[in-house]
Structures are given as C-alpha cells and as structure tokens.
Ligand binder design. Structure first.
Ligand SMILES: [Zn+2]
Length: 149
C-alpha cells in the first residue's frame, strides 16, 4: 500500500474491545517516554486479553502493549486471534511497530487492527496484511506446517 492513511476507514462495532484497550493504556508503565499504549486482543473464543507497554530503564527491554497482549493470550492457551484494538496517546493513532506486526502475523496473517487515537472519535481500522505485506517466513524442517490464517 502506498499510502496507508488513505485506506483507513472508521471502525465500528468494536466498542467493548476499544474500551478494554483504553483501560489497558491507563495502566501503561511508561515513565521514560510518557507514551502510553494499551492493546486488547479478542480471540475466536470471545475472550479478551489486554496488555500495556512496560518500559525499562535499559530501553531495549521495553515490551510493547501488542506483544504483551499476545503473550497474555498464549499464556491462557489461546492462539486463534480475531481482532486487536490498540489505543495510544498519539494523534493520528499509532500503528503497531514492526516487531509487533511480525508477532501478530505469527498467529493471524490478516488480523483486523483497530487503532484508537488520543482525540475523541479518532478510530480507524486496518488489516495486518496491509500493514505488513511481506512478513518473515521460515518453516523449520521438522515442524508441522501451520494452517494459513
Ligand atoms: Zn511494538
């Protein structure tokens, strides 16, 4: 996609997921950047797993809200992802970083992504395949192939 901003559209029907992302954002530990992010990940079973960014004074050990939410889902035995909402203090809304796009693509190649900005009504929906058109692909020879998602 040449200009992702032109493809985004207002998201609808994700109110509960958005509220969970905004709540997670309020719990962010971001004393260094003061940039709060919350993510709420809905799985196909209907459960919602939330995560926030957790910074570290070494910076490199900081974990993003999106990967935190994925880890929560996996830790609860759920890897079938349906949708993620990401709320940040940014305007326009901040899309997931490259690392988080790769981690999300591990489980859902074309995951719907709802971005929530700092201004009221600033809500846009993207598809992961648009934000990450060429994901990293590697299948270890002794590992069973995953189904395409
Ligand atoms: Zn990230």
């Amino acid at each position: 996609m040449k200009n992702p901003a032109k493809k985004r559209a207002p998201a609808t029907g994700h109110e509960a997921l958005i509220l969970a992302a905004v709540t997670a954002k309020s719990r962010a530990y971001s004393p260094y950047s003061r940039f709060r992010v919350g993510a709420a990940l809905k799985t196909k079973s209907g459960h919602v797993f939330a995560g926030c960014n957790v910074e570290n004074r070494s910076y490199g050990l900081t974990i993003c809200a999106e990967r935190n939410a994925v880890a929560q889902a996996i830790a609860h035995g759920e890897s079938e992802l349906e949708c993620i909402a990401i709320a940040s203090d940014a305007s326009p809304p901040a899309p997931p970083c490259g690392a988080c796009r790769e981690v999300l693509a591990e489980f859902a190649r074309d995951l719907p992504i709802v971005l929530v900005g700092s201004n009221p009504g600033e809500i846009f929906e993207h598809r992961l395949a648009d934000l990450l058109p060429e994901r990293f692909v590697f299948e270890p020879p002794d590992r069973p192939k995953r189904s395409k998602k």
